[in-house]
Design a protein. Structure first.
Length: 239
């Protein structure tokens, strides 16, 4: 433990020339608390310093208050938000980000191109099937251009999955549409969001290019950790 020694109250810097000379632990510009208060309220330079300090503290308190108000406002918004909207705003982006990290360093699934900004593109669209929109086996790296082109570039996406992962895996991905309908409650989605955030934080620190087999295994593991889907639709096992 670092020990703090007593020092004489003797002004330094802008407070030079002030001080009572008494030993003290706590000093500001070399002054004990009493002398600092006297200096800050009776000298021109001290009053300028005090004014700046007061303004700084007021600004800091205002920022903290605004931050607290935003936090309370966001909580109120979430309280009145539908489960599906919460999924769309808070959960889906994290799941898509996980898919992009798993596919890090690989090309767009549909086009094979490395160029352009990449997104997490759904094989079966969110609009056509809400149930499997959070399944990592339904989301792969895809360029924004391809993802927005002609309804998601379906034909090339299918060929890309087949060429990258094989026929058996493509059949598995297409079978996901057979999952029983599920409707996640908001409290369940909040739990999923918290788990997904931890996974995202870990992947951000450990980016590496995975093989196609590793990418499948990683998706199996994340799906299992998130605990959303029935086992047969959660994990692909090559026979």
């Amino acid at each position: 433990m670092i020990s703090i020694k007593e020092k004489s109250c003797k002004g330094i810097g802008i407070a030079k020339g002030n001080g009572c000379g008494e030993l003290t632990y706590k000093r500001t510009y070399g002054l004990c608390q009493k002398c600092n208060r006297i200096w800050a309220t009776t000298t021109d330079i001290g009053m300028i310093w005090l004014k700046k300090q007061t303004a700084y503290k007021m600004k800091r308190n205002e920022k903290e208050e605004k931050k607290q108000n935003r936090s309370e406002h966001n909580k109120m918004k979430i309280d009145f938000m539908s489960a599906d909207k919460y999924r769309s705003i808070y959960v889906q982006p994290l799941i898509n980000k996980i898919a992009r990290f798993i596919d890090y360093g690989n090309p767009c699934t549909a086009t094979g191109n490395f160029e352009g900004k990449m997104a997490g593109g759904h094989y079966t669209s969110v609009g056509s099937n809400r149930t499997i929109c959070l399944n990592l086996h339904n989301i792969f790296i895809q360029s924004f251009h391809s993802n927005s082109w002609n309804g998601g570039d379906d034909k090339r996406y299918r060929e890309g999955l087949k060429n990258t992962f094989g026929d058996d895996y493509l059949d598995f991905v297409e079978s996901l549409k057979g999952h029983r309908p599920i409707q996640l409650r908001k409290d369940q989605l909040i739990d999923i969001k918290n788990k997904a955030q931890i996974i995202v934080n870990s992947l951000e620190k450990n980016k590496r290019v995975l093989t196609s087999s590793e990418r499948i295994t990683f998706r199996n593991n994340v799906n299992a950790e998130l605990e959303i889907y029935d086992e047969e639709f959660c994990e692909f096992i090559k026979i």
